[in-house]
Design a protein around this ligand. Structure first.
Ligand SMILES: [Zn+2]
Ligand SMILES: [Zn+2]
Length: 328
């Protein structure tokens, strides 16, 4: 599945794919679980505590994508680092207890100093390590709404998760609204905000010279994605954002999804087509006047479930998200 010219280095022993879709897995969404029991299980557990405990035990896998760009995968969302004389530029910080392993992995890649941590969006599995990374010398950069959300208590309704505000050391100190260019380490990093898709804070980070693109959680590679409707996420935005990402990529681009294995443009084309198909099927049923429960019962994703229904949102949960957020 991964491009064959990537070299992979394992920093410490790992069980591959264990951490895939950690948010969903912890909430019990990875298995084919009825919605009601998901809600009960998630409500009973302190989501962040459970996730942090798992992250503390998960090794960080490092994969080289370009001469000075590496992919880092642990328990939270996929991370990446660009290295060079301008200092390290890191994308996302996983969960707080993963910080020692992430810092060790970064040190094994190069001795360049810490410079910038970019948050791809506000979700806990991408920002919980902000404070230790800040203390290690990274200055945090993100979309302005990511800063707003980290400064105030948040919730993810679908997962029944409530999160307190983060302390100031975890807040982005540089923010932007539309787009930003960083000239670093021989590349022209382009950061830009998507219209609300997975949340209202999602950005992509493009390394055109390295031909690497981190697309954030608008892409869960290979599975039905989580769309956080309580943070402004919606299916139409997900489709538009994946189309936007496709326009930035060519056949050789190494595309980092928020979750799942490193991807190719061809795989993102398939994901975009899947999202569009589900959207159209659900929109047609919703327009005909059916309720959410009636549409879920019709199993509009049935023909797609063998390929997309394992490891992410269950078909029924995903159909419900699409029903609630689709514009008809
Ligand atoms: Zn995520
Ligand atoms: Zn997310």
């Amino acid at each position: 599945m991964n491009p064959t010219d990537s070299t992979q280095r394992v920093v410490s022993p790992t069980t591959s794919r264990r951490s895939f879709l950690s948010m969903a897995a912890v909430a019990g969404l990875a298995a084919a679980t009825p919605v009601r029991s998901i809600a009960q299980a998630a409500a009973q557990a302190d989501f962040r505590t459970t996730s942090r405990a798992a992250a503390a035990k998960t090794p960080i896998r490092v994969t080289q994508l370009a001469p000075n760009v590496h992919l880092l995968q642990g328990y939270g969302g996929n991370m990446a680092v660009q290295t060079g004389p301008d200092g390290k530029v890191l994308i996302d910080s996983s969960y707080m207890p993963a910080a020692p392993r992430i810092l060790a992995a970064l040190d094994s890649i190069s001795k360049d100093p810490a410079a910038t941590l970019i948050n791809s969006h506000w979700h806990v599995d991408h920002v919980d390590g902000n404070q230790p990374m800040h203390e290690a010398g990274f200055r945090i950069l993100a979309h302005s709404k990511t800063r707003e959300r980290l400064m105030t208590p948040q919730s993810i309704a679908l997962l029944h998760v409530s999160l307190p505000a983060y302390p100031a050391a975890a807040w982005p100190v540089t923010t932007f609204d539309q787009s930003l260019t960083l000239w670093r380490n021989g590349d022209q990093l382009t950061l830009a905000h998507y219209a609300p898709a997975h949340t209202d804070t999602d950005i992509y980070i493009h390394f055109p010279n390295a031909n690497v693109l981190h697309v954030a959680d608008i892409w869960f590679n290979g599975v039905y994605p989580l769309i956080d409707e309580s943070s402004g996420g919606n299916i139409d935005g997900m489709i538009a954002a994946s189309a936007h990402a496709l326009n930035l990529a060519d056949a050789q681009t190494k595309i980092i999804p928020g979750h799942g294995p490193l991807g190719t443009r061809a795989q993102l084309v398939g994901y975009h087509a899947m999202l569009s198909t589900v959207r159209d099927r659900v929109a047609t049923l919703k327009k005909s006047g059916l309720t959410e429960a009636e549409v879920v019962a019709r199993k509009p994703t049935a023909s797609l479930d063998a390929q997309w229904g394992k490891g992410g949102m269950t078909p029924d949960v995903f159909t419900g998200i699409v029903y609630r957020t689709v514009r008809v």
